[in-house]
Design a protein around this ligand. Structure first.
Ligand code: ADP
Length: 166
């Protein structure tokens, strides 16, 4: 059985992430989505618990998708959950340099045990990023093309909560 880890911030999960998850769950037996806590990213919109709840709501009926959170390094999570590889999504050349470095350091730190597999989002999702969606929401524009209705609803409620902070 081939299990893979898809780590990220997912603040929030977009249709771009969902496209990568669809592809990974077609290719592999199990996909573990790991919402990683990054103490250096202080300006998150959603708490890790809120992100997990939304992702669980979206994938609870898929028995080959599991959602977890961790403050450990992605390679340690991959080893802990016995994942064969880490999945990352590539949007453009600007993602490439960072992802190359990340896969090299992960391979090195895991003594060559953990490889990274990059998947490409379909064309219509390639420009979507969590930060762009948050900016579109802040501007009061329609975000429904970029996130699932479950995420859209949570973003609208969150915006009401923190209105004034933007
Ligand atoms: P991180 O902070 O680890 O980059 P993100 O949640 O921003 O976490 O992204 C997680 C992964 O998903 C990364 O590999 C990122 O490149 C990929 N990703 C994000 N948005 C898209 C998209 N629209 N198409 C393809 N891959 C994407």
């Amino acid at each position: 059985m081939t299990k893979v880890l898809y780590p990220g911030s997912f603040d929030p999960l977009t249709r771009g992430h969902m496209n990568i998850i669809d592809q990974a769950s077609d290719l592999f037996d199990e996909v573990v989505i790991a919402v990683l806590k990054n103490p250096y990213k202080k300006d998150s919109l959603f708490t890790v618990e809120e992100r997990i709840q939304m992702i669980n709501e979206l994938y609870s009926r898929m028995n080959n998708i599991k959602v977890i959170s961790s403050s450990s390094a992605a390679i340690d999570v991959a080893l802990l959950y016995e994942c064969k590889a880490i999945i990352r999504g590539l949007r453009s050349l600007s993602d490439y340099d960072y992802e190359v470095q990340l896969q090299q350091i992960n391979k090195d730190m895991s003594d060559n045990k953990i490889n990274t597999i990059c998947l490409f989002a379909d064309k219509e999702y390639q420009f979507i990023s969590s930060s762009m969606v948050k900016e579109v929401m802040r501007l009061g524009k329609d975000i429904s093309k970029y996130v699932d209705p479950i995420v859209e609803k949570s973003m609208i409620l969150k915006k009401r909560d923190i209105y004034g902070r933007f």
